[in-house]
Design a protein around this ligand. Structure first.
Ligand SMILES: Nc1nc2c(c(=O)[nH]1)N[C@H]1C(S)=C(S)[C@@H](COP(=O)(O)OP(=O)(O)OC[C@H]3O[C@@H](n4cnc5c(=O)[nH]c(N)nc54)[C@H](O)[C@@H]3O)O[C@H]1N2
Ligand SMILES: Nc1nc2c(c(=O)[nH]1)N[C@H]1C(S)=C(S)[C@@H](COP(=O)(O)OP(=O)(O)OC[C@H]3O[C@@H](n4cnc5c(=O)[nH]c(N)nc54)[C@H](O)[C@@H]3O)O[C@H]1N2
Ligand SMILES: [Mo]
Length: 789
């Protein structure tokens, strides 16, 4: 088998086993285009992976001005040379023939080519008119956890201080808003406590709603190498499907989708009952233990077994595994984040680790995981629900401090309400108070819930839509102005992975045609709008990636995410470095919470928290009373059933997610031959018993319908729990024969035709993991089995 096929069939590659506390061995993964010999590579340009949040360090191989391959960086702390399949092959998408190479503007209903001056002139003119007529709240930005830090920060400054709108959010809202919120609720501030190196030291690893094998394959390789080494960790997996993680787990709990909180409350009940909690130590570091204990007093395994449909003995076994751990690493992701009690359930994972004393030590850690490569940066830079530098919008001193950094009047910076979440921005557009929406690096016409509604919002005559992307995506097709962006490999900047590791990713080749980096586009806009600070100087005073990075460093100074000790040169020399990195800690910081909870006091915290059931903001004085000494907060919450339960018409629970071979809406991975061949079309998973009950067989074309709409795909028989149907959400319409969606009313193939406009009350993250659905046959044996799995 050729090496390239091997990494499709065996995505994790060969094992390099190691024992507890030993360094993870190096294994360098390389892929060069067929026919390219290693000695003919002219340059290797340092970068990091941009198709997930792991931050795997790599070098881009360049020959004759083109990208011809990649290789992992042997000495980087994150991956020690390894790369997942999306990174090995994904770079080929950069050179796709259908990249956008010119701006497009809508004329007489059609998108036609225009020059940059015309396109940007239109955007600036419309902005000025709207500011004059309707004020800053008529403009909104929907951005991405995929722009670089320098770009996200520049956008946040433009939106918050240049225009003065509160309507800026990222697709991070769909992704890791709950990670941020769960960390804020418990520790007062965002900032991942743990480190990937905790995998090296843990004796127990628990993955909650996290299919790491497919979504962070390099992190999973690290776990696999421990599992094959001496003294392997024990594994707990909580997932309604038998994922590759579940197949390696010592205990696999497969709850009904949407019942995570009941399960967590039972696990807490059990570890408390069995005496695993050192109450004196907990009281020293946390408040709220008595309330938590009372809240879970009745939550026995037998109680949760009913709700979750998981055997009570299995829940008790999981609790024993957790309670017996000496070094427990817990990870959490979308199986928890994308449901109706997302924050409440994720916070219970923090509680579990706190009760067991499992934070701030090697092997004892929490990873409230990120998904996108730069999700962390949208949160830090103020493009996803908070003010830049984790400043608290409810704290006038924090707002004043930000105004000082920007040299603007504090009243310029909107802070009368929390920054507007994405779905609310779309709601304002639907209602007509938002007149311009600038979308960068995200494809909401495939990735937001209830697509028929999203399409109708974006197609409105009265809404001026700007889309900044690499391709004419389903979203760009609905735009008034399309701006062609440069991407990874074609521009320079930094980004930060899920364990706070910052990497520099450098330009290797020129962007195609007239495409420009997001930073250059935003700087051009700032110039045209002539944004000024308080002294009459330019508000956006930087002009390239290094000067933008320096501006962000000034904004981050003294904050939890302090970047002041970093520089491009240091990142070039050392590879990934974890923030905070300052003159005092020039090596960066491997773990947070090693010495108490530094950012939970009322004066410094990023938020005063929210009610976990209603989402209502806690006021400062209540927070002060609750947590006078700035400790961790153990917050309890009562389980409530999902908002949409199965019924006679819609008997299944629908949940959606990912495959290892594709990234999101496939704008890149769908254009890569190896990856696309591995999973070319939409599919639907049922267990054998449910399929038999419906008279369906593998390969049948089926339709999944919810009250919102339908999506069609080929049936796969898989190890999902009974009564649950799973589909990936990757498939939109750009590569269907028509190139766009069939007429409204006809069934589509995108999973989000079926998902619901509803969100977690605390994090405002949409519910992609729970809905009620029916599955019906469309045509017998119409498909091949739709690829590898
Ligand atoms: N290959 C690949 N990797 C990626 C991405 C990608 O698109 N493709 N995207 C990146 C991004 S942005 C993200 S956010 C991450 C997401 O990474 P993950 O969260 O690992 O991925 P998902 O498949 O969305 O969901 C994880 C698991 O949740 C399970 N699940 C569904 N409902 C429930 C439930 O009610 N309870 C529990 N406990 N589990 C449930 C699903 O069966 C699924 O296996 O991946 C990142 N990495
Ligand atoms: N049903 C369901 N829906 C989901 C999820 C789910 O699990 N189930 N998961 C949700 C999650 S976690 C996420 S993160 C979202 C992801 O949803 P999206 O953000 O919509 O997905 P992407 O396909 O990554 O979109 C990124 C876009 O940016 C473009 N792009 C790439 N690089 C650059 C660049 O450098 N500059 C610019 N300007 N553009 C660039 C790409 O071509 C692409 O069109 O989907 C969410 N939707
Ligand atoms: Mo995500």
């Amino acid at each position: 088998m050729a090496a390239r096929e091997r990494r499709i069939v065996d995505p994790w590659g060969e094992r390099t086993p190691y024992g507890r506390g030993e360094p993870w061995p190096v294994r360098v993964d390389t892929h060069l285009a067929p026919g390219v010999a290693r000695e003919t590579v002219e340059r290797w340009v340092p970068a990091a992976s941009l198709l997930h949040s792991n931050g795997d360090a790599m070098d881009i191989a360049v020959r004759k001005g083109r990208i011809v391959g990649v290789r992992g960086r042997a000495h980087d702390r994150v991956n020690r040379g390894r790369l997942g399949p999306k990174d090995l092959f994904g770079w080929q998408a950069n050179a796709s023939r259908d990249r956008l190479t010119h701006p497009l503007v809508r004329r007489g209903g059609r998108l036609v080519e225009a020059d940059w001056d015309t396109a940007m002139g239109l955007v600036a003119e419309r902005s000025r008119d709207l500011l004059a007529e309707h004020g800053p709240s008529s403009l909104g930005f929907y951005t991405s956890g995929q722009l670089f830090l320098e770009e996200t920060y520049t956008l946040a400054v433009i939106a918050r201080a240049g225009l003065g709108t509160n309507h800026i959010d990222g697709n991070t809202r769909l992704c890791t808003a709950t990670a941020a919120e769960a960390l804020k609720e418990t520790f007062g501030c965002d900032g991942q406590p743990g480190s990937y190196a905790d995998v090296d030291h843990a004796d127990t690893i628990a993955l909650f709603g996290h299919n790491a094998a497919e979504t962070q394959p390099v992190l999973w390789m690290r776990v696999l190498d421990r599992l094959d080494g001496p003294d392997p960790p024990r594994l707990l997996c909580v997932d309604p499907r038998a994922t590759p993680v579940a197949r390696r787990a010592d205990v696999h709990l497969a709850p009904r989708p949407g019942t995570n909180l009941a399960l967590m409350n039972a696990l807490l009940h059990e570890v408390i009952r069995a005496g695993h909690v050192d109450e004196r130590r907990v009281a020293e570091h946390a408040v709220g233990f008595d309330e938590l204990r009372a809240a879970v007093a009745e939550c026995t395994p037998a109680w949760a077994a009913e709700i979750c449909d998981v055997p009570a003995e299995d829940i008790a076994a999981a609790a024993r595994l957790l309670g017996g751990a000496r070094r427990l690493l817990s990870t959490v992701l979308q199986g928890f984040y994308q449901s109706h009690q997302a924050t409440a359930a994720s916070v219970q994972v923090n509680n579990l680790n706190l009760l067991l004393g499992m934070v701030g030590r090697p092997g004892a850690g929490i990873l409230q995981m990120n998904g996108q490569p730069t999700a962390q940066n949208t949160r830090e830079c103020g493009a996803n629900g908070d003010l830049p530098g984790f400043r608290n919008w409810q704290n006038p001193d924090h707002v004043a401090d930000l105004a000082r950094v920007w040299n603007v009047d504090p009243l310029t910076i909107p802070h009368w309400a929390p920054p507007t979440p994405a779905l609310q921005i779309f709601r304002y557009a639907e209602q007509g108070s938002l007149h311009m929406l600038w979308i960068s690096g995200t494809n909401p016409a495939v990735s937001l819930p209830e697509l028929a509604r999203i399409r109708s919002v974006l197609s409105q005559e009265r809404l001026f839509v700007v889309v900044q992307d690499l391709f004419l995506t389903e979203t760009a097709q609905l735009a008034d102005v399309v701006l062609p962006a440069a991407t990874w490999g074609e521009k320079t900047g930094t980004f930060t992975n899920a364990d706070r590791t910052v990497h520099l990713s450098e330009q290797a080749v020129a962007p195609p045609g007239e495409a420009r980096s997001d930073l250059d586009i935003l700087l051009d806009y700032a110039r045209r709008m002539d944004f000024r600070d308080r002294s009459g100087g330019p508000l956006v005073s930087w002009h390239d990636p290094p000067s933008a990075f320096a501006a962000w460093q000034r904004c981050s100074a003294g904050r939890p995410c302090d970047y002041t000790g970093l520089s491009y040169d240091l990142l070039r020399a050392r590879g990934g470095i974890q923030w905070p990195c300052t003159a005092q800690v020039p090596e960066g910081t491997e773990r947070l919470l090693t010495d108490g909870v530094p950012w939970a006091a009322a004066e410094v915290c990023e938020t005063y928290g929210r009610d976990l059931i209603t989402g209502a903001s806690v006021d400062p004085s209540t927070y002060r009373t609750l947590n006078p000494e700035g400790k961790a907060v153990l917050k309890a919450a009562e389980y409530l059933p999902p908002h949409e339960e199965p019924s006679e018409d819609f008997p299944f629970r629908l949940t959606t997610g990912r495959t290892i071979y594709h990234f999101h809406t496939r704008t890149k991975t769908g254009r890569v031959p190896e990856l696309n061949a591995a999973a070319p079309d939409m599919w639907v998973e049922l267990c054998a018993a449910d399929a038999a009950g419906l008279g369906l067989a593998a390969g049948d074309l089926v339709e999944v319908t919810t009250p919102r709409g339908s999506a069609r795909g080929v049936l796969r028989i898989a190890d999902v729990r009974r009564g649950t149907v799973f589909t990936p959400f990757h498939y939109g319409y750009w590569d269907t024969p028509a190139g766009h969606r069939p007429p409204e009313g006809e069934p589509g193939r995108a999973a989000n035709e079926t998902t619901v406009t509803d969100w977690d009350p605390v994090s405002k993250q949409p519910l992609y993991k729970t809905a009620a659905a029916r599955v019906v046959l469309v045509a017998r044996g119409a498909g091949t089995e739709g690829g590898t799995r």
